[in-house]
Design a protein. Structure first.
Length: 298
């Protein structure tokens, strides 16, 4: 009997401990993000309080996307939906109306000082904001705010995660400057598949040339390619890069015509899978900085 009463007592104590424990993890939010880079950062800020699904998968092209019925269902059931915005996810509106999702996606890039440029005679905004960690600070602020609004009981948790991630972004920016600032001006030129590195170029003073414009949905004309080949020769661009999420055919062809040497692969708008070199945003950006700075030393 003595044993039994002891057991009962232990059981009661445990129950009361649980009852009075602070509700640190009030709930788990079901969150959908449009592509892997954004999903990774939502996961960093949300931690254990979010379950994040990325619509476009690893190594996928965020400009073009064929959603599955499962994607539509995840969207419909989501507590919060994040897009980067600025014209990146041209497929999102169609998916929203097809899915029956009635909320409004959070535009993570709102408040970023964007690059406006002319493409095919039209003024367009460069959507590739994440290729500067300075811009990603704005993403973090917007993500923290949206998660806290959806789950106020965990706001303190989101705030702490955001603060620690912001520090890592500051370190990442300093790392890029340390690697790139000393490179002589005439060496800071690179050929890539499409125009996705404008913010990287703006922040670290690197000139990126590419046959395809801001979106992979557009195709370069023969005249565009010929003009680019002339420009690469005139500017003495020495290195070209593939993109993990894009067909390298055109960039190969231009490299062959100009004598530019392969610099390897850049992760411009999609993470790699878990075992790849760009499994997180921090890894991806650091990897790209290393690739570019190594190429400049050749
Ligand atoms: Zn792109």
């Amino acid at each position: 009997m003595a044993h039994l009463s002891k057991l009962v007592l232990v059981g009661t104590t445990m129950i009361s401990v649980l009852a009075f424990a602070p509700l640190a993890s009030a709930k788990t939010l079901d969150v959908v993000a449009s592509f892997t880079v954004l999903a990774d950062i939502v996961h960093e800020i949300g931690g254990a309080n979010v379950h994040v699904r990325s619509l476009v998968g690893p190594n996928g092209d965020p400009h073009e996307f064929e959603p599955s019925p499962d994607d539509a269902k995840a969207l419909k059931d989501a507590d919060v939906v994040f897009v980067s915005g600025e014209g990146l996810e041209g497929w999102m509106d169609r998916l929203i109306s097809a899915s029956g999702y009635t909320g409004k996606p959070v535009v993570a890039s709102e408040g970023i000082k964007t690059r406006e440029m002319e493409e095919d005679g039209k003024e367009v905004t460069d959507p590739h904001v994440w290729n500067s960690p300075v811009n990603v600070q704005v993403w973090v602020n917007n993500i923290e705010k949206a998660l806290a609004a959806a789950d106020p009981e965990d706001a303190e948790h989101f705030r702490a995660n955001a603060a620690s991630y912001r520090k890592k972004l500051v370190e990442l920016d300093a790392y890029a400057h340390a690697k790139l600032d000393a490179v002589p001006d005439d060496k800071r030129k690179v050929l890539t598949s499409h125009d996705a590195f404008g913010y990287f170029g703006r922040e670290y003073k690197v000139k990126f040339l590419s046959p395809v414009g801001l979106s992979t949905e557009t195709e370069a004309s023969a005249a565009d390619v010929a003009k680019l080949i002339d420009q690469i020769k005139a500017e003495g661009v020495k290195v070209y890069f593939f993109e993990n999420s894009n067909d390298p055919k055109l960039v190969n062809q231009i490299a062959a015509a100009t004598g530019a040497k392969p610099g390897g692969e850049l992760y411009v708008e999609a993470l790699s899978d878990k075992n790849g070199p760009a499994s997180t945003y921090l890894n991806m950006f650091r990897y790209n900085v290393n690739q570019v700075s190594t190429a400049f030393r050749k």
